[in-house]
Design a protein around this ligand. Sequence first.
Ligand code: XUL
Length: 544
Amino acid sequence: MRRNKFLGLDLSTQSLTALIIDLSDHILYRKSINFDETYPSYQTRGGVLAGEDPRVVCADPRMWIKAVDDLLLLLRHEGITKEVAALSVSAQQHGSVYLHSEAAARLKDLDHHKPLLEQTGDIFSRLVAPVWMDSSTSEECKEITQAMGGNTRLAEITGSRATERFTGPQIRKFWKQDPQAYERTSHIALISSFATSLLGGRLAPVDCGDGFGTHLANIRTGKWSRKALAATAPRLRAKLPKLIRGDESVGKVSSYLIKRYDFHPQAEVIVGTGDNPASLAGLGLVGDRERKAVSLGTSDTYFGYMRSLGRDRSPEGQVFGAADGKYMLLLCFKNGSLAREAVKSRYRLSWDEVSRILLSTKPGNDGKIMLPYFLPEITPLVLKPKVHRFGGLLEEDAEGNVRAVVEAQIMAMWLHSAGFGTRPEKILVTAGGSENRGLLQVIADVFDAQVEAFEVKDSAALGAALRAAKGFLAIKGDSRGGKELTEPFARQRGRGIVRPRKEAVDIYRGEHGLLGLYEACETFALGLGGDPEVRVRKFRETYG
Ligand code: XUL
């Protein structure tokens, strides 16, 4: 039996996906488990548990354990696990999992006759895991910022200005609210390192891709920052995983994986990472400074590779590690697919109809604008959810609202990515929303760039599989880089490249264009500027 297959597991907000590849561009297997549908007893919506306060969002890590067990059993039934040479995890970023002192021994010594959850369901010192959608730590962000010497200094050291969803502020909140449970915690994993620990049977390190999204690491040294740890919670260093750069092996699969799911004893586990750094790898963008990526998943993200830490980073841009030891810059929007979904179901539309509306209605929407803060927003920071409508956009106007939500999302990406260096001529689009041709056209028109969507829309799972391959080949002395491995998978989907339409670009970019109007609406909603309705009139006079 040849072991020449690589498994990527993507533990995202709403689902767990397995993708198996070989190195001649074949996706051999893909299977996804949706949390809401498969595990109703966990009562998640969109994979998470939201409290009465919309800023508090968490998940039950036991559901993730159950999903890992179920999915690996399915893979075993396919007879494919024994051919896997290496595997790696990609996971939603920033979330944290709290384990007590017996967890390590328990993970090491699992009985393969019994389900995973039955033996690991009680290894937690905290029953819930806060996830990236949580925005309840503004106070802790302030405290950490102050202790670090201000927001600019915090960003210089950790790569981002104070950010509610990041792990450090979340840990500080936990310590303040429940100091005893914090004391009982001997290990705080990120979701990617937690899932990797289940595969390797030992507490796994975290890579800089995910580790930099914590406010706990120094992005220059690639080590946990003593100053940031001290600003966050006491005795934290001993509770954190090791932080490593790049896609190294963390050891072989556990004996539980060998016996329960039929993995080969020599199969390597490559360090896990966050879904965005994994996507960067899956799209072949590690090392590429020209192209940028848009991921339209639960969150929308806009990101690109960075070779060095330039001075003029966008204030809302967040720096994570890339697989080659360098960096990526990212913007995250919480009201991504959930906002599109809310509009789609409000008007009982299918995704095809949404796409058709976007392709057939006039760019600029006649100056009708929405700020789609269905949930608290990350970029720009909005803690109280509220949907704003301007320019006479009526709630019953289905076409107007569809166009407005998507234009708002893409214009926000354009505006807030001003500090990302030269504007891209090419944008790669991935995740669920990349199947929507209308959405791709809006991106092309707003950015005045060519847009490509690839056949493999699970770029995070693909990235994890490719990282597994790269890590494995490196052990064998084969130095094939990320790009060479990715290239064969980068086939465009169906209709090829989507190009910007000149008349649409003018409507967004021109003097009195929609981008300026949108910015005025955003500034007004944030309480930082005057009523934008005068600009709506100006827009209509110019483009009506
Ligand atoms: C990125 C972010 C989200 C999550 C979930 O910073 O918070 O994109 O990784 O996908």
